[in-house]
Design a protein. Structure first.
Length: 524
């Protein structure tokens, strides 16, 4: 028997459905045909039968026999209201809806409902058969498929199936889904130049479903005769909001969160003079991540770790970056200095580390990500020359409001961040301090908020960060530039500037020497 979790089963409260129909200004004369592709016990159907002018015909599709039996019980009420009601006990993934549904009515179609809020990978882990046939339905390729970009919500698949199957008909699709799904559908529509206009109405998923997710009613109107489609989606903060709070959509081919805000700051959108990089990915935290206590290193299994010190680097995790906790009391073992490097040399160069890794070999062999396939056994990712730069700007990818931190070496060792973070590497302390001040400027943060989606798992991405043109910001903020320069501490003036023109720093141009030692600890 399938579980509710397996089916992403959230039966929609009748009160919420009534609000949805009110927001849509539903009238059976406008939408004489209604399809619900995952109708459950029939709450949407029941609400449709209560409106002043009901549809002429309703078809519901449901996979669970018990729910089909409940939905069928609505037939007498439908007949009383003059509505033809058909309930198909079937798997929507197996149907070709324009063929398998024999409509007896004509006119514009409304596809409405609340498809499962579960991902294909979640259902696969549950051993579920409630999955669409495997296909590259969004034409994803390369690293997206390898690292999980090809994972998708079942709701997303169903919505795209509805679009594909009814794209040649006058159709309105109104579906409850996660806001991330709504954006993915918008992206898909834009990429494929589909004749669709979209609106998002945010809903309180915690209130209605007890689900801690950002959710919405996504409305899409298919209209092949509408002419130009700008792929801008108005965002309403609730079903009752009279006006949209903002619009998200595509500007110059790129998706932005707040179009109006973005357009006022578009001059910042360019290319970062230094490439932002992701932190180290290893999927073996129990072995490679360490904590320093009682004058020794320990792994998360509680084992005291004795390996060659030159392979242990200070670790700053995303949560610590956001909190400003840059103490270096955590460490990470780096088994490689560059991608793809053979790890067999550790047998000779670091015998203690080699024995430690062999002891925990099973942890590495159990890593599921295909990025480790056909790679050296103890491989890690997200390492390169940039990992060992003495100064770094660090930022957590997961927090809604970014805070950019400057980290210098700890005990002479460059800090390493994990893969929930991004780094901007610097050899020059002056450049790093200057970049940090510019990145934390309100104008920069406003630009980031115009692009970022706070409900995303990763609010920040490397592609977003690499669009921040620091030089354009500096040119726009001459007063701020001078203020930053005057505030740089003495130690920064001994580091030559190569990224920015900081010749206004007193004595910088005349300095010909560099301090013999780097700052001993990370800076906030």
């Amino acid at each position: 028997m399938r579980t509710k979790k397996e089916l992403g089963d959230y039966q929609t409260p009748l009160t919420l459905i009534q609000q949805i129909l009110e927001r849509l200004e539903y009238d059976g004369s406008r939408w004489p045909r209604v399809l619900e592709p995952t109708c459950g016990i029939g709450n949407f159907i029941e609400a449709l039968l209560q409106v002043a002018t009901p549809p002429q015909e309703i078809v519901g599709v449901e996979i669970q026999p018990a729910y089909v039996m409940q939905a069928v019980k609505l037939t007498p009420r439908a007949h009383h209201r003059g509505v033809r009601l058909g309930i198909l006990g079937a798997d929507v993934f197996q149907l070709s809806l324009p063929v398998d549904i024999q409509w007896q009515s004509q006119g514009r179609l409304l596809v409405i409902g609340n498809p499962p809020w579960a991902t294909n990978s979640m259902l696969s882990m549950l051993g579920s058969s409630n999955l669409p046939a495997k296909s590259n339905f969004k034409n994803q390729r390369g690293i997206d498929a390898i690292t999980g970009g090809s994972n998708f919500d079942i709701a997303e698949f169903i919505i795209l199936k509805m679009i594909a199957e009814f794209i040649d008909q006058d159709t309105t699709i109104a579906m409850l889904c996660k806001t991330s799904v709504a954006r993915n559908v918008l992206k898909y529509s834009h990429q494929n130049s589909l004749p669709i206009q979209s609106i998002m109405y945010r809903i309180d998923a915690k209130k209605w479903f007890g689900a801690a997710v950002d959710a919405c009613l996504l409305r899409m109107d298919i209209n092949k005769n509408a002419g130009h489609h700008d792929y801008h989606m108005a965002i309403y903060d609730s079903l009752s909001a009279p006006h949209p709070s903002r619009s998200t959509g595509f500007v110059n081919g790129l998706l932005v969160s707040d179009i109006e805000k973005y357009q006022s700051l578009a001059f910042v959108d360019g290319k970062s003079p230094i490439q932002w990089r992701s932190g180290v990915k290893h999927d073996s935290a129990t072995v490679l991540e360490l904590s320093f206590r009682s004058e020794a290193w320990y792994n998360t299994l509680g084992e005291k770790v004795s390996v060659e010190e030159e392979y242990i680097y200070p670790l700053i995790k995303g949560t610590s970056i956001y909190a400003g906790n840059l103490t270096g009391r955590q460490g990470i073992i780096l088994t490689q200095m560059r991608p793809g490097e053979d790890t067999d040399h550790l047998k000779q160069d670091a015998p203690k580390l080699w024995r430690y890794l062999l002891k925990h070999r099973e942890v590495f062999e159990k890593r599921k990500s295909s990025i480790y396939k056909n790679k050296p056994i103890f491989s890690i990712f997200g390492v390169g020359d940039y990992s060992f730069a003495p100064y770094k700007i660090l930022v957590s990818a997961l927090n809604k409001k970014p805070v950019f931190r400057l980290a210098g070496p700890i005990n002479g060792r460059p800090v390493i961040c994990d893969d929930t973070s991004y780094l901007l590497p610097f050899d020059s302390l002056a450049d790093a301090m200057f970049a940090q001040a510019v990145l934390n400027h309100p104008l920069t943060l406003s630009f980031i908020s115009s692009l970022a989606f706070p409900d995303s798992k990763r609010v920040l991405t490397s592609s977003l960060l690499n669009r921040i043109d620091l030089r354009a910001l500096i040119d726009y903020l001459p007063d701020t530039r001078d203020e930053i320069i005057s505030s740089l501490p003495e130690q920064a003036r001994y580091q030559p500037s190569v990224l920015f023109d900081l010749t206004q720093i007193p004595d910088l141009a005349s300095q010909s020497t560099t301090p013999s030692s780097l700052p001993p600890t990370a800076a906030g």
